[in-house]
Design a protein around this ligand. Structure first.
Ligand SMILES: NC(=O)c1ccc[n+]([C@@H]2O[C@H](COP(=O)([O-])OP(=O)(O)OC[C@H]3O[C@@H](n4cnc5c(N)ncnc54)[C@H](OP(=O)(O)O)[C@@H]3O)[C@@H](O)[C@H]2O)c1
Length: 343
């Protein structure tokens, strides 16, 4: 196949380079795109180096498929051009997610929404924290979901390469200050640029900007995208998103209320059989639950700490962890492509 990766030098782009190789995607040609400042660089994938080029008219000619991970504006302008030139556009940005004309797909949940191989179009990849949530919720749908509440603990890689760099640089400065006898550096050289406050040794209850109701963008993405993917427009979904100083992988504490009483055995069995899920049971080891560090670099969505709410027997709590640049972005996009082209 002849494919393009727009944003090839970014956090998600690098994850694409990794998984194209790990999943042995059949590549004849890989056109890597980034901003003009990256022209002249090479990216490595599938045992070869591919030169990075910038976007220009006609740059997608002859490609079968283009992955986009360069932000909303680039996708809005260039994804339709990829489709005009005859390629599928799998888009990681938020540009087309809530547009009713385009499918928003997590293959384990709603692959029935994927277009036929004969009709190139744009397919939207959901927001990273939504993907891991809906993979877990999908396993529980037979019990009748009525209410979903989620608190997220999101890694800095969710804000791209510069998010990771900011956490590492600030941590470095504070550790140096400690070695010199202080607790924290008083004035950082690496002041917050990516995040609204210092992220080192901190938690920030804001991802994106706030709306008039006090919800931030990330919280509204989780609410709206979950409803669209599960095709449950009235499902009660409430999210509270927090950026934490983890380098990679998002973690979520989830409360789900069902229409009927459900036993722990039923829930554990549903998670065990759930597509794309790996369940951690605490039956022999109480410390056996997934963490962000162990999920990094892995493909599944991990679930653990399943227990019933003390006040409401219809409500269950659990913990969901996944690699946000893999299952939350590049892997989900590649799975979409795999499903379309295997038809
Ligand atoms: N990180 C995640 O966990 C995650 C998860 C789901 C979805 N996403 C979405 O994926 C997209 C990329 O995120 P990221 O985390 O990979 O960000 P990132 O690390 O900041 O990477 C951004 C990429 O976009 C490229 N770019 C910037 N300006 C460009 C231009 N004018 N033309 C072509 N390419 C350009 C950059 O190239 P240069 O290196 O040349 O600047 C870089 O390759 C965003 O829409 C984000 O919302 C991210």
């Amino acid at each position: 196949m002849k494919i393009g990766v727009v944003g090839a030098t970014g956090a998600v782009g690098e994850a694409f380079m990794d998984i194209l190789e790990r999943r042995k995607f059949p590549i004849d040609e890989l056109r890597a795109f980034a901003s003009e400042k990256s022209e002249g660089l090479n990216v490595k994938s599938c045992g070869r180096e591919w030169p990075v080029q910038s976007l220009r008219e006609g740059c997608f000619d002859g490609l079968d498929l283009v992955f986009f991970s360069s932000g909303d504006n680039i996708s809005r302008e260039w994804a339709p051009k990829a489709v005009e030139s005859g390629a599928f556009a799998v888009d990681n940005s938020a540009a087309f997610r809530m547009n009713p004309d385009y499918a928003l797909v997590v293959p384990e949940v709603n692959s029935n929404r994927l277009p036929s191989r004969k009709n190139p179009t744009i397919i939207a990849n959901p927001n990273c924290s939504t993907i891991q949530l809906v993979v877990a919720l999908s396993a529980l749908r037979p019990f009748g979901l009525t209410d979903v509440r989620v608190a997220t603990y999101q890694a800095v890689s969710g804000a791209g390469k510069s998010g990771k760099e900011e956490l590492l640089a600030q941590t470095h400065e504070h550790l140096h200050a400690q070695m010199r006898g202080g607790e924290f550096a008083q004035k950082l050289t690496n002041e917050p640029k990516v995040f609204p406050h210092e992220i080192a040794f901190n938690c920030i209850p804001q991802i994106g900007s706030f709306n008039e109701n006090g919800f931030c963008t990330e919280e509204m993405k989780i609410t709206n995208e979950t409803r669209k993917i599960l095709e449950m427009p009235k499902l009660k979904v409430s999210a509270f998103t927090v950026r934490v100083p983890a380098l990679n992988s998002h973690s979520e504490a989830v409360w789900v209320t069902f229409e009927r009483r459900v036993s722990k055995e039923e829930i554990m069995s549903a998670f065990e059989k759930g597509a794309g899920l790996r369940l951690f049971s605490q039956s022999t080891d109480t410390t056996h639950y997934p963490t962000a560090r162990m999920a990094s670099g892995e493909f599944p969505v991990f679930v653990g700490r399943v227990h019933q709410d003390l006040n409401d027997p219809h409500t269950w709590l659990f913990w969901v962890v996944a690699d946000n640049v893999l299952k939350g972005a590049a892997l989900n996009g590649l799975q979409i492509a795999e499903q379309i082209f295997k038809q």
